[in-house]
Design a protein around this ligand. Structure first.
Ligand code: 13P
Length: 251
């Protein structure tokens, strides 16, 4: 049985004061929710403090991106070893905003996944199609390319450190959620790809989160689907009460 995993991607939001308050409030609200894994991904500059504040709670803290080198002349980049050093548990890689706004390719994402795993971080690897790709019935092809591209040369053993997030781009920040059936179909397809390309065991243990306008009102039905093992939440993770309500609704 896969444990539900609810992660909050704060994106480029919050101030120091807001970030601190959010972690502190969340810590209280989810204190007894041991049946769900909870995580937050604040902007880089707030990670150190978030790790400190989340100490002695079940809230994992991670970053929204990292680079694929350990150190050197890469102005503005952050190494996975640095994330590990400040106490991060995981990193989100391949988010659609990194793909489509910042031009990341599957090759670059794959280098980052390998480097992050080598540094001892868990990875949430995001995949998902654009609206025009869904309308052209290319969803499976796009998801397959992104999934297998991002996971190239990753061993079955390493897959225990990986979570997949299916985030249809047309549902991100738009208020349009994939219907539970639409999401379940893609999640089942991703699980089949994991079984075919790694093993049935890997397919059974890897958690697949859904992301895209997840709210307390739709969380229960989405996470009631057999292959939806949690959520990667954007907007609704910026308020402790709505983020905690999503976790409560899911169990
Ligand atoms: P929203 O929940 O704001 O739609 O964002 C989803 C997302 O991109 C999480 O990574």
């Amino acid at each position: 049985m896969r444990k539900l995993y609810i992660a909050g991607n704060w994106k480029m939001n919050t101030t120091t004061t807001e970030a601190e308050a959010l972690v502190k409030e969340l810590k209280v609200l989810v204190a007894d929710m041991t049946e769900v894994d909870m995580a937050v991904a604040p902007p880089f500059v707030y990670l150190h403090k978030a790790v400190y504040l989340a100490k002695d709670s079940q809230i994992k803290v991670g970053a929204q991106n990292c680079y694929f080198e350990s150190k050197g002349a890469f102005t503005g980049e952050i190494a996975p070893e640095m994330l590990k050093d400040v106490g991060c548990d995981f990193v989100i890689l391949g988010h659609s905003e990194r793909r489509h706004v910042l031009g990341e390719t599957d090759e670059v994402i794959n280098l980052k996944v390998k480097k992050a795993l080598a540094a001892g971080l868990e990875v949430i690897l995001c995949v998902g199609e654009l609206l025009e790709e869904r309308e052209a019935e290319q969803t499976e092809e796009v998801v397959k390319t992104q999934l297998l591209g991002g996971l190239k040369e990753i061993s079955a053993e390493n897959m225990a450190q990986i979570t997949i997030a299916y985030e249809p781009v047309w549902a991100i920040g738009t208020g349009k959620t994939a219907s539970p059936d639409q999401a379940q179909d893609v999640h089942a397809y991703i699980r089949k790809l994991l079984a075919d390309n790694f093993s049935v065991d890997v397919a059974n243990i890897v958690r697949i989160q859904y992301g895209g306008s997840v709210k307390p009102e739709n969380a229960k039905e989405l996470m009631g689907q057999p292959d939806i093992d949690g959520a990667l939440v954007g907007g609704a993770s910026l308020k402790a009460d709505s983020f905690a309500a999503i976790a409560k609704a899911a169990v």
